[in-house]
Design a protein around this ligand. Structure first.
Ligand SMILES: *Cc1c(COP(=O)(O)O)cnc(C)c1O
Length: 358
């Protein structure tokens, strides 16, 4: 596929206007995007071209029926300025898992990984070298067939855009355990990174923010009892020296950071239990003084330390010190910038595209 990706470069880069020390959140995009069209049952015309608006028919099915999925990944720079990706084949697999659930076509893992590698190769100068900064990559797919009616679309676009991201604020977060709204039920789309999941989370999140919290801690759909996850993060609790994280039961997004952190915690000799955990257990652990740390894991922030959890009329307050959370954050950062040995083969170097295309 590599040789088939046609690259057209812009003659007018926006890079000179960016201050890497002050990157606004989510509003700056690089010069180019990767685009591929799904037509007649196959992915066609993979290309990297200057970022531009995409003409969309008002009947494009994604706008009406929500066939839209995405991924989130980060490119960093390692030794000798080599651009690096972190476990990109895992994102490719999850993209296809999401696509399958939403009745959308598969993208070969080779095409997905090639697409992200090549766009990073073109945009490597946009990777902020500052500690904790990265080039955020947003691969996504949506149904662009103009059709009014309920069935799977027959045409789609697979696009990758890139946005430089400064170090995410390291402020600790306050979570609101939600007992009215739900994120995902068994059999639903919770395990897919489907656009609609996030639309449904907006109102509950705004309500939680109005109560003074940062994010929603989702509980299960049946009983509002079992802890699921947070916004765009999975959740870990350190209880009496060991870790507990909810098992992925079909309604929890299988985070790649979650999987990586489980491995890193085990490397450090910690026990990690993946099991259903109720919010009442968390309250009880806290009351007994056994709740030592809690953190969220996700590509955007890596590790977000939890300061407090509101549940009904109670507020669970976490201890000030978060030694293991800090250690996990540092370890992940250092692996992603080759300051620490990559013992698990997670890092994928990206060749830089020199003087290609027009
Ligand atoms: C993306 C996401 C995560 C984290 O996944 P990573 O692969 O670690 O970035 C967790 N939960 C939800 C709901 C997400 O969308």
């Amino acid at each position: 596929m590599e040789s088939q990706i046609k690259i057209t470069k812009t003659s007018n880069s926006g890079l000179k206007d960016i201050d890497f020390d002050n990157i606004p959140l989510g509003t700056v995009f690089t010069d180019h995007m990767f685009v591929c069209d799904y037509e007649n049952g196959a992915w066609q015309n993979p290309r990297i071209e200057p970022l531009k608006l995409i003409p969309t028919h008002p009947a494009a099915m994604a706008l009406h029926y929500g066939q839209a999925i995405f991924e989130g990944m980060k490119a960093t720079v390692g030794k000798d300025n080599t651009p690096l990706l972190f476990r990109p084949e895992e994102n490719a697999k999850r993209f296809n898992h999401s696509a399958a659930r939403m009745g959308m076509p598969q993208v070969s893992e080779t095409l997905f990984v090639e697409a992200v590698k090549r766009i990073v190769g073109v945009e490597h100068a946009w990777i902020p070298p500052q500690d904790g900064s990265a080039l955020y990559l947003r691969p996504f797919m949506y149904a662009d067939e103009p059709f009014i009616g309920m069935r799977a679309a027959t045409s789609y676009k697979f696009i990758v855009i890139c946005s430089p991201a400064g170090p995410f604020f390291t402020k600790k977060i306050k979570l609101y355990a939600e007992t009215e709204f739900i994120r995902a039920a068994n059999g639903g789309t919770g395990e897919a990174k489907a656009a609609g999941n996030y639309a449904a989370a907006i109102l509950p999140t705004e309500k939680a923010k109005a109560k003074g919290y940062d994010q929603v801690l989702w509980l299960d759909a049946n009983e509002h009892k079992y802890v699921q996850e947070v916004g765009t993060m999975n959740i870990f609790f350190k209880v009496n020296g060991r870790f507990i994280t909810p098992s992925t039961d079909g309604s929890i997004l299988k985070g790649i950071t979650r999987d990586s952190v489980i491995t890193l915690l085990k490397d450090k000799g910690f026990e990690v239990e993946e099991r259903p955990i109720t919010i009442d257990e968390v309250v009880q652990f806290s009351k007994e003084g056994m709740l030592e740390e809690a953190f969220g894991t996700g590509t955007a922030v890596a590790i977000a330390m939890v300061e407090a959890i509101g549940y009904k009329d109670e507020v669970i307050t976490l201890p000030q010190e978060n030694p293991v959370s800090h250690d996990m954050k540092t370890t992940l950062d250092e692996i992603k910038t080759q300051k620490r040995e990559d013992q698990h083969g997670w890092i994928v170097p990206v060749p830089i595209e020199e003087k290609v295309g027009s």
